[in-house]
Write a protein that binds this ligand. Structure first.
Ligand code: AMP
Ligand code: MG
Length: 489
């Protein structure tokens, strides 16, 4: 276990051409204090959890003192925002400190989010508000608990320093961890600027560090794109299966490693609605839940275009052609598991589609329904009242349940055995907006951070029954149905 001062930083990104980033130091945060420390994530870099309690911790992770060995920089990128190309973005408020290599040889980049203005801040103040920081902190750890690839979060440091959004809020700094923070937009910027040498240097860097198995291959750039296509397609399928929507799927928020990345507005679907839009500012629903798989491909096409100086047109098209089959195969595998089927067979699609249709017309909570479906009893004559009672149209449920029963009987699996497999894919607990909202209210109004701790502990094990915490599994109460999440963060 290491101390803060012996994290042994390296910053391989800082050895790349200076065109890729700007070196700078974080802007000190006024009178910082610890809001939360995540000992689980500390384990990734073998940081002694006791270090979170040291007074120096807050200074380091507010960006007020530099950790020995770090070489802070802001990364340059561009991207398509809501479909429109923006020639320069870049880390406007994030600062990469460097990487820490753990004993298993994994490298984790440490990035401060909300650490002050950078050359890429445009009109922004370089800060993040405590509210949005708590949301990212909780959700990235919740996604990890669900087994979905994501960036991680180590700490939140708060301050009474005022930040102006729709209202006056206070600043906070998040410490985010990821093997790499390179985005699709990191490639786009050099393509559009015709800086093809920089483009290639970046591609070589990413391949060497994160796709090392491809480094010696002749077609390495095409294979690299293919791998990103695979990972993104699988990620989209995982989001769809768990009912997660990312509110700002711009190409600058797409991780080159296929991680869930840059949590701004996001949401877990509650009552099933394929048109669910989690971002209040997304008026046309570009990033509506059911459009996300298509947007994943759209974003990959933008990445493919950016790689066109390195890869033939045919090879780019071939890589992109993999998206749909990979997405479909993974999606149906996940949905078959959610339904408790041994495998998705021809003829199962209508069973699934009709169920989703019923969930939609009956306004049924997606997560609690699938969890409860694990308790379905196959025995003839069994009414499955707990499920049935959720439906306004119980007769329609009965008809579906008969088809489901027939299908389960064909699988020849006992109820208990099926339930055990279903409980490992249908979470009991997700980060509902209202749960995050309660934690945010306690933190911002009372400086009470216990709810963050409670949620973090709960969401680390979303598939386990945690009887004392049963109320956290409930769909939103009436007061919480209107919570709106905007882009402001
Ligand atoms: P996002 O939609 O949060 O991914 O942000 C889009 C771009 O705006 C990124 O380049 C961010 O770094 C930048 N940005 C967002 N908020 C701020 C802020 N408060 N200050 C400076 N830059 C920001
Ligand atoms: Mg972003």
């Amino acid at each position: 276990m290491r101390k803060l001062e012996t994290l042994r930083f390296d910053n391989s990104f800082a050895r790349l051409p200076a065109a890729l980033y700007s070196r700078l130091s974080p802007t000190p945060l006024l009178d910082p204090y610890l809001v939360h420390f995540n000992s689980d994530a500390a384990g990734l870099i073998e940081l002694d959890p006791k270090e979170g309690a040291r007074p120096e911790f807050v200074g380091y992770f507010a960006g007020n003192q530099l950790l020995p060995g770090s070489e802070p920089l802001a990364m340059l990128y561009s991207g398509h925002q809501f479909g429109v190309y923006v020639p320069q973005l870049g880390d406007g408020r994030a600062i990469l400190l460097g990487e820490v290599r753990n004993q298993s040889g994994e490298r984790w980049e440490l990035q401060l989010k909300g650490a002050g203005r950078t050359p890429y801040s445009r009109d922004g103040d370089g800060r993040a508000v405590l509210r949005s920081t708590i949301r990212e902190y909780l959700c990235s750890e919740a996604m990890h608990g669900l087994g979905i690839p994501t960036t991680r979060a180590l700490s939140i440091v708060g301050s009474d320093q005022k930040v102006f959004r729709e209202t006056v809020e206070t600043a906070a700094v998040l410490l985010r961890l990821a093997p790499s923070h390179v985005r699709f937009g990191s490639f786009q910027v050099f393509y559009y600027r015709r800086q093809h040498e920089d483009l290639q240097r970046l591609a070589d860097y990413v391949i060497r560090h994160h796709f090392a198995q491809l480094a010696e291959k002749k077609e390495k750039y095409a294979l690299f794109l293919t791998e990103v296509v695979f990972r993104t397609a699988r990620l989209m399928a995982e989001w769809q299966a768990v009912g997660f929507a990312h509110g700002v799927m711009n190409t600058d928020n797409m991780s080159i490693l296929g991680l869930t990345f840059d949590y701004g507005p996001f949401g877990f679907m509650e009552a099933y609605d394929p048109g669910f839009i989690c971002n209040h500012s997304d008026h046309i629903g570009r990033y509506a839940f059911n459009r996300q798989p298509q947007i994943g491909l759209w974003n990959l096409s933008a990445l493919a275009q950016a790689l066109s100086p390195l890869v033939s047109k045919e090879a780019l098209a071939e890589a992109l052609d993999q998206y749909e089959p990979v997405f479909n195969a993974h999606y149906i595998t996940l949905m078959a598991r959610k339904l408790g089927l041994k495998a998705f067979q021809n003829g199962d699609a209508p069973l699934l589609i009709d169920l989703l249709g019923l969930l939609q017309t009956n306004h049924i909570d997606y997560t609690t329904f699938f969890r409860a479906l694990g308790n379905f009893k196959q025995a003839p004559g069994e009414k499955n009242a707990d499920l049935r009672d959720r439906f306004i149209d119980a007769v329609a449920f009965d008809a579906w349940a008969e088809r489901y029963r027939t299908r389960l009987i064909a699988d020849e699996r006992r109820d208990a055995e099926r339930k055990a497999t279903m409980d490992r894919i249908n979470p009991k607990y997700i980060l509902r907006n209202y749960l995050a909202q309660i934690a945010i209210q306690k933190a911002t109004q009372e400086r009470d951070y216990t709810e963050i701790e409670r949620l973090l502990t709960l969401l680390r094990h979303p598939f386990d029954e945690q009887p004392e915490q049963d109320h956290y599994a409930a769909p939103p109460p009436d007061w919480a149905k209107g919570i709106e999440v905007s882009c402001s963060s």
